[in-house]
Design a protein around this ligand. Structure first.
Ligand code: ADP
Ligand code: MG
Length: 367
């Protein structure tokens, strides 16, 4: 089921009595979510992810704009009639019910022509439990389960009605690091097995990048960029997106372009074409540095952190916006941190420049 968001906007009235300023939680969101894909809705806290999800689910009504499931306009449809499965951060299981009863619950509430007989309900509950691999836990109470198992029950409960659309709001936030990793793979597997169009909300870029077919990066209610995770990482539309994706994060410098050369501080790092003279913001991905004794970028080494196959060289540069510059190079390189400078050449496809005022990307060609 494809989902179309058309000029979707949500404005909340002011919460404070003093100011009348309303909050534009979601601002003119346009996107066609392809059928059967997993979309990662990504951005910092407060950027409008949950509000977007709640509008898709029908829990909140848009201030303006429309939502379509397939060709059906569902904007005015109630949550119950949209055919969605919802999973939240806090699993919201009923503590006094067993796992089986929790999963059965949505089916027992079906009315009229949707009503199912008892055996069908049990079959469906068992199938859903099997899909999330908790079929051996059906008689336990939620308190007798780990966090990861509880979240699986919540997912089974969302799947049991065979929804057209699965909506997950930060479903892994309450899990510890290892379980988070494991459960996100599980969600991906379940999504692929069922083929249900899924929207997965998270503030964790790595989580979104690792399991999504496409990511949507939001900031203050406004969509910044939509694309395949790798494409957005490789080709960020603006400084915000460049900074939001990647661990360790992108290194940011103040720089300028003069006579076709890009400078970081006093270092002429690259000859570039088609950019007029101006001050710019420069971003270099940590993997974009090449150790080169004649390289143009001169940093002062501080420390080398071993990361197994790779090492991270921590250094400083006067034009760096952050206190430290962090590069990642192969561990085979010999690095002498007592030397005055570590010198780098920069991989051209790992360096981006941005307009100093608008922070929008400036595209260039390497000479
Ligand atoms: P996210 O899920 O990305 O953290 P939300 O969608 O929850 O962000 O919130 C987006 C913005 O809308 C925030 O500024 C938040 O304070 C505001 N907001 C969310 N819900 C309400 C509400 N019911 N009333 C007023 N403001 C709200
Ligand atoms: Mg939220």
């Amino acid at each position: 089921m494809k989902i179309v968001l058309q000029n979707l906007t949500k404005i909340f009235p002011s919460r404070s009595k003093k100011s009348n300023e309303e909050v534009v939680a979601v601002n003119n969101f346009n996107f066609e979510i392809p059928d059967g894909k997993l979309i990662g809705l990504l951005g910092p806290s407060g950027c409008g992810k949950s509000t977007t999800l709640y509008m898709i689910s029908g829990l909140q009504k848009p201030s303006s704009g429309k939502i379509f499931f397939g060709n059906d306009d569902v904007t005015e449809l109630s949550t119950e009639n949209r055919g969605i499965g919802l999973v939240f951060q806090n699993y919201a299981l009923y503590p006094h019910l067993t796992v089986k009863q929790n999963i059965l619950f949505p089916l027992q509430n079906l009315k009229g022509k949707d009503k199912l007989d008892k055996d069908t309900m049990l079959d469906r509950a068992y199938e859903a439990a099997k899909l999330v691999q908790i079929e051996q836990l059906l008689d336990r109470k939620p308190s007798e389960l780990s966090g990861g198992q509880q979240q699986r029950v919540a997912i089974a409960r969302a799947l049991v009605k065979m929804p057209r659309v699965l909506l997950l709001d930060e479903p892994l936030s309450n899990l510890d690091a290892r379980l988070r990793l494991q459960t996100r793979e599980e969600i991906r597997r379940i999504q692929k097995e069922t083929g249900i169009t899924t929207v997965f909300v998270t503030h964790d870029q790595e989580e979104a990048m690792s399991i999504s077919d496409m990511i949507v990066v939001m900031k203050t209610g406004i969509v910044q960029q939509i694309g395949k995770p790798q494409d957005v990482y490789d080709d960020p539309a603006n400084l915000f997106v460049a900074k939001f994706l990647g661990t360790p994060p992108i290194n940011v410098f103040s720089g300028h372009v003069k006579d076709g050369r890009l400078f970081i501080g006093g270092d002429a790092v690259m000859d570039i074409q088609t950019v007029k003279d101006q001050e710019v913001i420069v971003g270099i991905r940590p993997e974009g540095f090449l150790l080169d004794e004649n390289g143009p970028l001169k940093c002062k080494p501080v420390n080398v952190e071993v990361m197994g196959r790779d090492v991270s060289i921590v250094s400083t540069h006067d034009a760096s916006v952050n206190p430290l510059v962090r590069s990642i190079v192969n561990a085979d390189n010999k690095i002498d941190i007592t030397s005055e400078y570590v010198r780098y050449a920069i991989k051209p496809h790992k360096i981006f420049i941005f307009n100093k005022e608008t922070e929008e990307r400036i595209y260039f060609e390497v000479k």
